[in-house]
Design a protein around this ligand. Structure first.
Ligand code: NAD
Ligand code: ZN
Length: 363
């Protein structure tokens, strides 16, 4: 098992996965020997990951460390502005390299800063949360939130490389692990029934499963992105659970002291959207039951007040992926397969939220 590194080719670069990826990173960075290197971190990736990384990758001893505060509320253009200024203060030129070490907030934000500073400098992702390792750091979507609305400003731009070290997950708390697990469940539901059959039994505590989970999820996402990098069609498959999930996530970001994590909101979204799939896309009752009982066995999810339904539907309409008048959903036709471009009306969305609440009440 030792020294096992799995490589994925993306449209323009590579993703390397394995506990020994830093040997490769060391070699990879030789081509940046003369460049200014910046390491973007938050306080947790600094505390838990940066020292190990710098110890293993000698060239990083000379890197400038730039630290921002953790949290989705910092995935904003204001923080980008600070980072652009910091890069300029350090006189970073077009040959500079930004290494994003952290979760999805760091890779989304750092990727956007790198893509726009001086019309684009190179960047590398070293994701340190499960969510970032299997999803956020792959696929080239980078950007920030605007007034609490998710990912409103951004571009498509792939990192020059991604280095995924599963061992970084050892310090991640259970709630954050579960947040990432939601994206793995999504990958399984849209593309791979065998993967679902493994995941539905709960595999998170088994560290020997992490490599398999990370590589299976990356393979599913990467294959979809390879065929449709700019989301004109097939890439919408990855939006399963996210049309309602993003609205729920935004709602809690705006209104709640204790916001839901991205994956928790996606878990809510997957229950609702599985219900809609059962109503109009051929998912069977048994499959719906299997999905809801697996998800509710993993997550502690909140009831959604009926007074919030209208706001949630408005948020869905605001979502950049939706046309003004109708809402576009990706729905399951069976476990392991999904179809895109379903127009769903408000009544069906309300029923799905009612269904969700009934599931939560009965748990
Ligand atoms: N670009 C995409 O395709 C894509 C896909 C999915 C999600 N996302 C985005 O990703 C973001 C969520 O990412 P996330 O869940 O990684 O959140 P995050 O970046 O906020 O990380 C979660 C928490 O874990 C901490 N942390 C990071 N690494 C750690 C480690 N190894 N040990 C201990 N703590 C650690 C962070 O400091 C933070 O407090 C959202 O903004 C979401 O929109 C983007
Ligand atoms: Zn997501």
């Amino acid at each position: 098992m030792a020294h096992q590194i799995k490589t994925f080719k993306t449209n323009n670069s590579e993703i390397y996965v394995g506990n020994d990826v830093f040997v490769l990173l060391n070699e990879y960075l030789f081509s940046y020997e003369k460049s200014k290197i910046f390491l973007l971190v938050d306080e947790n990736s600094l505390n838990f990951c940066a020292t190990q990384l710098i110890f293993k990758v000698k060239l990083l001893e000379k890197a400038e460390i730039i630290e921002i505060e953790s949290g989705e509320e910092n995935k904003t253009i204001d923080i980008c502005y600070e980072l652009w200024k910091t890069l300029a203060d350090y006189k970073a030129d077009r040959n500079a390299l930004l290494i994003n070490l952290g979760g999805g907030v760091i890779t989304d934000l750092g990727g956007f800063v790198a893509s726009t500073y001086k019309r684009g400098i190179d960047f590398i992702n070293i994701p340190t949360t499960l969510l970032a390792q299997i999803d956020a750091s792959v696929g080239g979507k980078v950007g920030v939130d605007l007034n609490g609305l998710k990912n409103m400003v951004g571009v498509f731009n792939e990192p020059n490389a991604v280095f995924v070290c599963p061992d970084f997950l050892k310090t991640l708390d259970k709630r954050q692990m579960l947040s990432g697990y939601a994206e793995a469940l999504k990958h399984a539901l849209i593309a791979d029934v065998n993967y679902w059959n493994e995941l539905k039994n709960g595999m998170l505590s088994d560290a020997t499963f992490w490599m398999k989970m990370i590589t299976t999820s990356i393979e599913i996402k990467n294959n979809i992105v390879l065929n449709d990098p700019k989301e004109n069609g097939e890439r919408k498959l990855l939006n399963f659970g996210h049309t309602i999930g993003h609205a729920v996530e935004t709602h809690y970001l705006i209104n709640d002291e204790l916001p839901l994590l991205h994956g928790e909101a996606v878990a809510v979204g997957m229950i609702c959207e599985s219900y809609i799939s059962q109503q109009i896309n051929g998912l069977t009752n048994d499959e719906l039951e299997e999905i809801t009982s697996a998800i509710t066995s993993f997550y502690k999810l909140p009831l959604i007040q009926t007074e919030s339904y209208i706001e949630l539907i408005e948020l869905m309409k605001n979502d950049k992926k939706n046309k003004k008048t109708s809402l576009n959903f990706t729905l399951l036709n069976t476990i392991g397969s999904a179809t895109i471009n379903h127009e769903v009306d408000n009544n069906m969305i309300v029923s799905s939220l009612d269904f969700y609440n009934s599931v939560i009440k009965n748990n």
